[in-house]
Design a protein around this ligand. Structure first.
Ligand code: ZN
Ligand code: ZN
Length: 447
């Protein structure tokens, strides 16, 4: 077995929200300079790869892009998600020990249905890797640990009804930062209860406090869940110099986290302190992944740690509540939380902050006794002056039973006859077939 750590750099020179936007190509350029300066690329333990493009089918396996993949996704997005796929596959096939995709645009705010860009994200790179690994390599249980300062709300939403994907996110408390979610009562739907776990952190949280969360909660949960593959949504904006966040992690804190978590694949998410944090955090993480000494890595601006008893007490109380939820996850009466109906429904509104419009959704999951149940999403969004897009999406999970598959296809043909919808989508992960029915042209296309 190889002991190498694989890297892909993709700064996406031709992709930007605007020239002065914090999510820009320099985020990676300073890191790359630092790694070269430190001689990292000469180490025999590290190997750099060129990215490859994800296919439109790889995107459709995870997302419903409205109206179609090419309307939401540019080449930069295909390269960023393709980089994750390439590295994940090499790690799974044991050609690499582990890997880090240092790519942009980021992805963890992208949800299942995509009408536009939210939180700098169009498509969810990590979720695309999960569906790829399940389809092509038959993996069953995967964990995603999101270490970005912002709640990984897109990843949470995509796997909210998926019992085989454990999503853990720690982040600055949603009452004080975008996107305003990620509280401890967001635990997954009736078919995947306690597969979503959120640890909101108070402003000022330090390395020591964060490692308490990791040691007492996240690592024990991962040991119990026993995933075959661990993906780290590696956001570096918990750093004490980050302009968007207010958490006080250091490069050392991040590297130690990585050493304990041992992700198979890390995928870069946020991190906007281009000169003062990203080069050092990424350097320390890569050294940790490659099993090298990272103790010498220090940021140019020192941190004045502010101790607070109240903050530590608050974090310990959050961890205690989450430990109790996890301990009791199999004894909880789900009917008490979700009701007794076989079809559980939730309505939600999704705001696309980058593009400035809202989407309204009704999501229905079938609570099937034999599989994790199929899902339907009715979604409408008005983007700028464009007319409302009204779509109906059906998702058949890869583990679906025969009867759920048949019922889902019945729902697909019924929706085609419903004059309300502009597009009807079928995402059949069992057969790996992805269909779009265009109401106006009465044409069905497939990927
Ligand atoms: Zn972030
Ligand atoms: Zn079923």
């Amino acid at each position: 077995m190889t002991s190498k750590t694989g890297l892909i750099f993709f700064p996406a020179f031709d992709w930007a929200i605007s020239p002065t936007h914090p999510e820009r190509e320099e985020r990676l350029l300073y890191t790359k300079d630092q790694l070269f300066e430190e001689g990292l690329m000469d180490l025999p333990e590290i190997e750099e790869f060129a990215p490859r493009l994800a296919s439109h089918k790889d995107i459709a396996r995870t997302h419903f892009c409205v109206p179609k993949v090419s309307d939401q996704v540019l080449e930069a997005h295909l390269i960023a998600s393709g980089a994750g796929i390439l590295l994940a596959e090499k790690v799974w096939q044991k050609e690499l020990k582990n890997a880090f995709a240092l790519v942009r645009p980021p992805g963890h705010h992208s949800m299942r249905v995509v009408h536009g860009n939210r939180g700098f994200c169009n498509i969810n790179n990590e979720a695309i890797v999960v569906d790829y690994l399940r389809h092509h390599h038959g993996l069953k249980k995967i964990a995603i640990v999101d270490t970005d300062v912002h709640h990984g709300d897109g990843t949470q939403e995509i796997f909210y009804h998926d019992p085989d994907v454990l999503c853990i996110s720690f982040h600055q408390d949603g009452r004080t930062i975008y996107p305003g979610t990620g509280f401890i009562n967001e635990l997954g739907g009736p078919t995947a209860f306690a597969r979503t776990l959120n640890v909101p952190l108070p402003v000022g949280t330090t390395d020591e406090e964060l490692h308490y969360v990791l040691d007492e909660f996240i690592l024990p949960v991962l040991r119990d869940f026993q995933p075959e593959f661990i993906i780290n949504s590696a956001g570096q904006d918990n750093h004490y110099t980050d302009p968007l966040g207010s958490i006080c992690m250091t490069a050392q804190g991040y590297a130690l986290l990585n050493e304990k978590l041992k992700p198979d694949l890390a995928v870069l998410e946020g991190g906007y302190a281009i000169e003062t944090a990203l080069p050092y955090v990424n350097l320390a993480i890569i050294l940790a992944m490659a099993g090298q000494d990272y103790s010498y890595v220090r940021e140019p601006h020192a941190l004045n740690i502010e101790h607070s008893k109240q903050r530590t007490t608050e974090i310990k109380a959050t961890v205690a509540k989450l430990q109790e939820i996890w301990r009791n996850r199999d004894q909880i009466d789900l009917d008490k939380i979700f009701g007794k109906k076989q079809y559980w429904q939730r309505k939600k509104s999704v705001y696309y902050d980058t593009d400035g419009f809202s989407e309204n959704q009704t999501e229905v999951i079938k609570r099937c006794g034999y599989c994790s149940g199929y899902l339907t999403v009715e979604s409408t969004a008005a983007r700028g002056s464009r007319k409302n897009s009204k779509v109906f999406c059906i998702s058949i999970p890869i583990t679906a039973c025969r009867s759920c598959q048949e019922e889902a296809y019945k729902s697909y043909s019924e929706a085609q006859g419903n004059s309300y919808y502009d597009y009807v989508y079928m995402q059949d992960k069992v057969r790996d077939v992805f269909l779009i029915y265009n109401k106006q042209s009465r044409q069905e296309s497939s990927l």
